[in-house]
Design a protein around this ligand. Structure first.
Ligand code: BES
Ligand code: MN
Ligand code: MN
Length: 455
């Protein structure tokens, strides 16, 4: 569509400037210090929705951070696309490792560096700009509802209720999300699945107070030593997880599915070199793509206890802690796996310590269909703007709300992501390529066009 291209070309610089402004707002959802910034970001998103051509837009308060909602209804008899994204970001730490301020976006070598550049401000903003392109050229082929939340990075705990309370308002035919990655600009791809998540915290207590490690060392169990041993025992020599029942419900892929998955371009050498590792790691019998896309995991996200300050302090600590997450695949459920973990962790604790296990947020895995009208519309959109068919892949990350879209609203999701695996999301120096940003804005209107066309 020439009108789209012209409009985008004429407004390119502004589209970029507006994103940079949004990235300057430190909308860190996990840290209450940023509560006002999160609210300010919600207001900014609402203003952008109105400017882009929404008939109405509002900031909806929740028990946590607000949800921004807007819509443009062209004709109730046309199909409706519900766009979902998030304006909140992960904390920027460790701040010292950033080469420029996380909330002072800079463009270097065609890449935007800032927290949220890719996850998800850059990607969700493509939808607002794509809506603007369609609305301002009077070419919107369907109705658009757009919901941008502020708690994705902390588990979307209030979004489920919002869906329940607003079933009528959110009525749509498909959910469209750009919050995942593709292989590369040369090899566009569409993720057709997301892993679920069970996130636990454990506390191991030994003696009733910190002790002198000389006076008591060797005679009293050290909870940090014990915790490390317990954690280590949760993988066997094949890197299989040892929690009884853990794999019971895991759906094995058919040989055809495995083949298709491993057909995606992937260079092990490049992968290792990019990460600075000599060798990959993982469950025996599976390739790297299978390990991240189709197999469940157990990882320590943080571990602490004892003395970690400057110098040396001889201490036998009273307590040790760890945060442990498990990525889940169909048909595991987060509740079931959390319970299994807790039971197992308690059962392997030796008598010389006491353990406490608590569950944080969870989320269910999803597989999105690749034979639907919606997927085909996404495929055709990519083909139009990239000149290539997208490769279906399975993503390793989690977006817990996607399972709830299906459960609560009965809606399937298309994951039309434009990020790259090396965008450093959640890491220092997060970036998003300007080219991917523009390509997304160019591609999204075609999704709407092809989705609105009859099957
Ligand atoms: N956008 C990511 C998820 C993602 C990234 C999916 C890359 C596929 C590819 C999302 O913002 C995220 O970080 N989700 C969290 C889960 C959440 C409950 C904190 C995750 O995956 O750790
Ligand atoms: Mn995200
Ligand atoms: Mn994220």
């Amino acid at each position: 569509m020439q009108a789209w291209k012209d409009y985008q070309d004429q407004n390119k610089d502004r589209f970029l400037e507006e994103l940079l402004d949004l990235l300057r707002i430190p909308s860190v959802s996990a840290d209450s210090k940023y509560k006002n910034d999160v609210a300010r970001c919600a207001d900014a998103v609402k203003e952008h929705l109105l400017k882009a051509g929404c008939d109405a837009a509002e900031v909806c308060t929740t028990a946590g951070h607000p949800i921004v909602y807007g819509e443009k209804i062209v004709d109730p008899s046309l199909p409706t696309v519900l766009v979902y994204g998030h304006y909140d970001v992960q904390p920027a730490d460790p701040i010292d490792l950033w080469t420029s301020g996380p909330f002072e976006p800079v463009i270097k070598d065609g890449k935007i560096y800032a927290r949220g550049a890719c996850d998800d401000k850059g990607q969700m903003f493509m939808h607002i700009k794509a809506l603007e392109v369609m609305a301002k050229t009077n070419t919107l082929p369907c109705n658009v509802k757009i919901m941008i939340e502020g708690e994705e990075e902390v588990g979307s705990s209030n979004l489920g209720k919002f869906l329940e309370d607003n079933k009528e308002k959110l009525k749509a035919d498909i959910v469209l999300v750009s919050d995942t990655s593709m292989i590369s600009m040369e090899h566009p791809s569409i993720e057709s699945g997301l892993r679920g998540l069970a996130y636990m915290e454990v506390e191991v207590t030994g003696p009733n107070r910190d002790l002198h490690s000389g006076v008591y060392g060797g005679a009293v169990a050290n909870p940090i030593n014990i915790l490390c041993k317990m954690i280590a025992s949760m993988h066997d020599e094949n890197n299989h997880i040892t929690i009884p029942g853990f794999y019971d419900k895991v759906a094995d892929l058919t040989e055809t599915e495995r083949k298709a998955l491993n057909n995606a371009p992937f260079e092990l050498d490049e992968y290792q070199e990019e990460l600075g590792i000599k060798e990959v790691w993982g469950e025996k019998g599976y390739t790297t793509l299978e390990r991240t896309g189709t197999r469940p995991t157990l990882d320590v996200n943080g571990i602490w206890g004892g003395y970690t300050g400057e110098g040396a302090k001889t201490v036998l600590p009273s307590k040790a802690f760890a945060k442990i997450s498990m990525r889940l695949v169909p048909h595991q459920t987060s509740d079931e796996i959390s319970n299994m973990f807790a039971k197992h962790f308690e059962s392997i604790a030796p008598a010389n310590v006491q353990v406490k296990v608590t569950a944080h947020h969870g989320g269910e895995p999803v597989v999105t269909p690749t034979d639907s009208h919606a997927y085909k519309a996404a495929e055709k959109a990519i083909r139009t703007t990239f000149g290539k068919d997208p490769i279906p892949t399975r993503g390793g990350g989690s977006i817990p709300i996607v399972a709830l879209f299906e459960k609560t609203l009965g809606l399937k999701t298309v994951l039309l992501g434009f990020g790259l695996d090396n965008d450093n999301i959640h890491s220092p120096n997060e970036k998003y390529d300007v080219a991917n940003y523009y390509k997304g804005i160019e591609t999204i209107p075609y999704f709407h066009k092809f989705f609105a066309e009859k099957e």
